[in-house]
Design a protein around this ligand. Sequence first.
Ligand code: FAD
Length: 479
Amino acid sequence: SQNNFDYDLIVIGAGYGGFDAAKHAADHGLRTAIIEKGDMGGTCVNRGCVPSKALLAASGKVRELSDAGHLAQFGIKTSGHSFDRQAIANHANQLVANIRENLTKTLERAGVSILRGEGRMQGSQQVALRQLDGIERLLTAKDVVLASGSDPFVPPGITTDGSTVFTSDDAIKLESLPPWLAIIGSGYIGLEFADVYTALGCEVTMIEALDRVMPTFDPDIAKLAARKLIDGRDIETKVGVFASKVVPGNPVRIELIDANSKELVEVLEVDAVLVATGRVPTSKDLNLAAVGVETNRGFIPVDDQMRVLANAEPVPHLWAVGDVTGKMMLAHTAAAQGAVAVDNILGHQRQIDYRSIPAATFTHPEISSVGLSEVEAKALAVEAGFELGTVRSYFKANSKALAELESDGIMKLLFNKGTGEVLGAHIYGLHAADLIQEVANAVARRLSVKQLANEVHTHPTLSEVVEVAYKQAAMAVAG
Ligand code: FAD
């Protein structure tokens, strides 16, 4: 492609969203540059998915060894075990370094120019780069993809110091094991860290402002999962309260306020606090005013082709992907959006299909979902005039789960009783994060449970939990 621009495409931010966009563009012959001010790989690789899964893997093994009762059911006796906190942290650090290096090399091999520094919009098709050495350069590109990601949200009244009051950015470093850790927020990040820290011997208190723990999960799934993941781990919960004030120190003092009456109900003094109250978009330094774009509380408005919108109209040659768009803030969503943006740049009309994108929480056992929640499915059924079908399939009826002595689990499948179309699924149980993929593929292809019920699953595998759900659902579909 020949034009007078420095690049065909400039991507700002090298997280998974930016990575996929840049790689895909270079693979298709676009002259591509990616600008990154911090570590290559962004949140997921450096302080998100990758290190958290390494910590969960290690702490999961510690938990297994600590559960003498569970091991005894297999006829196994162990004579004590120990772990080294720093060595576990090193395992995560090493993994992060490997993956970061692979990703950087992959971009280099694809021919992407990696520019280190901060990028911001200077005007249409113009990006200002402030290099790490302070030198400013003005770059032009036919298209620009914004992939600047997100940062932890810290509510007002809470001050972090990185050691006694911290966010996931620090929790991931496993620099200490506070005897008593309070976790503010019971979303997936709070839950995963609760899993890690309780396995390594910390006592955890979980604080949730809404009226139940795990408010972002399907209520039936949350109820069952909480029995094991919260009650089973002796995690004390404080529900319907929020921390109005948290001050670093020893001890850390937390003032808990009733979410409704706004009265002070309790003061906790703990060793450390993890603030896991969501994430905010990283967009204020992008100088979006230069291209006439107004954010929505920092989130960049986009359409389903990933075009940036200004006053509801697409801005020519400007695209945004990943957490900064606020749509399902997950690594694989960011990557999928990156590919969709570049396909549109290449002239192939493509839209993102959020309904078929799965999500998972990597606790022991895992929780996963795809498609609509039951509330959303009910609303759709009323609106579109069809009858909603719901079936449940249980891990306790699954041979593999029973063999593993891990039969605590359930799958809930939502479908259209008229057409059989799969609308959503919610799973709690062993390897739920892997199991959901099969349903995600069915949702993506808008398949009917009538077709799916005939697909043969290997015996004995956990995937038969899904097969049972499909078969039950097929019986409920007319015709
Ligand atoms: P990011 O990964 O945030 O990357 C954005 C990059 O842009 C950063 O490197 C930043 O330095 C750079 N940048 C920003 N502004 C500029 C600028 N002006 N100039 C140059 N560079 C800039 N998701 C999953 O799917 N699975 C998981 O298991 C999972 N676990 C998680 C665990 C934790 C603890 C956390 C915090 C997150 C987790 N996530 C997980 C979410 C996942 O990390 C994010 O959804 C994903 O990283 C988003 O990718 P992104 O490319 O949009 O942005």
